[in-house]
Design a protein around this ligand. Structure first.
Ligand code: PMP
Length: 305
């Protein structure tokens, strides 16, 4: 990732990709205190546009506030940084990674001279999963790793250190031949995937876990709007793993994963064992909305030009 052409926005300036470096004593590298976003820009008829830029920037600032990290830039500056990262790298479609971290000003948990730094990188990252997975669905295993407890590592923050948990769960699932892990919360209820929120469809009602152990996903929120548009009842509640086994459909959502059907969980076939009709409607509308072919909210697409 480091050795390539391009520009990265780093503390207010666009710097050459290869020069966007930090010291090995960077505080965040040692303790994981930092926060980030995963954002996507899509090609639309009116040019490249970032999907739900405002909401991603709001969540980044919320994460920093929860962690107690002072943001040295305004939301308007971070929004423009994201537009610039796509525009100045001439990207038609892109994955964007804004990240907020402590520098190498001090070491130790008591360091009191730390400065908050911000980067925004953007690159082409077409699909998180194979194109077949979008249609046929993925194989998932309930993880032996528990998702975060709200008072151990705050769950509303998209914090760097949280992803140790995701990486261990995903590696375990992949070693077992699965595509993704389903993580349960400390009470044993369904929380989310390692980088996705989860939805269950039963008798045309859509269910998703309440926001206690899962991230407040922006794609999750987009699905809420689409469910309302289609007239589906959508319920946030505690969900058990056995409810998932007997669901008609299960799907994951996330900026990277987009809308992804689950065809199998813990060796049980979900529904018909492929993308179900509700998932297909939601997924198809999602691609129309991010690509500007259909509008649910005119504020959702921010042109980069
Ligand atoms: N849960 C976790 C743990 C995630 O990392 C992500 C990706 N940011 C999501 C859910 C989905 O969030 P969003 O739809 O905002 O990308």
């Amino acid at each position: 990732m480091a050795d390539r052409d391009g520009l990265i926005w780093f503390d207010g300036e666009l710097v050459p990709w290869r020069d966007a470096n930090v010291h090995v004593l960077t505080h965040t590298l040692h303790y994981g205190m930092g926060c980030f976003e995963g954002v996507r820009a899509y090609a639309t008829e009116k040019g490249t546009a970032i999907f739900r830029l405002k909401e991603h920037t709001d969540r980044l600032f919320d994460s920093a506030k929860i962690l107690g990290m002072e943001m040295p830039f305004s939301k308007a500056e971070i929004n423009e940084a994201q537009r610039a990262a796509v525009r100045e790298n001439n990207l038609k479609e892109a994955y964007l990674r804004p990240m907020v971290f402590f520098g190498s000003e001090g070491m130790g948990l008591r360091a009191d001279n730390l400065k908050t730094h911000v980067i925004v990188a953007a690159w082409e990252w077409p699909s998180y999963m194979s194109p077949e997975a979008r249609e046929l669905g993925i194989k998932v295993q309930t993880s032996s790793f528990t998702r975060h407890h709200v008072n151990i590592s705050v769950t509303r923050a998209k914090a760097n250190g949280q992803y140790i948990n995701s990486m261990m769960a995903l590696a375990e699932a992949q070693r077992g031949g699965y595509d993704e892990a389903l993580m349960l919360d400390p009470q044993g209820y369904v929380a989310e995937g390692t980088g996705e929120n989860v939805f269950v469809v039963k008798n045309d009602v859509i269910y998703t876990p309440s926001l206690t152990a899962c991230l407040n996903g922006i794609t999750r929120n987009t699905v809420f709007h689409m469910a309302r548009h289609f007239g589906y009842e959508l319920v946030e509640k505690q969900i058990t793993r056995d409810e998932m086994y007997i669901a008609d459909e299960v799907f994951f959502t996330g900026t990277a994963a987009e809308v992804l059907p689950v065809r199998e969980l813990d060796g049980r076939t979900i529904g018909e064992g492929r993308r179900g009709p509700v998932t297909e409607r939601i997924q198809s509308m999602y691609f129309d909305v991010v690509g500007g072919k259909q509008t649910l909210d005119a504020e959702w697409l921010s042109p980069v030009a």
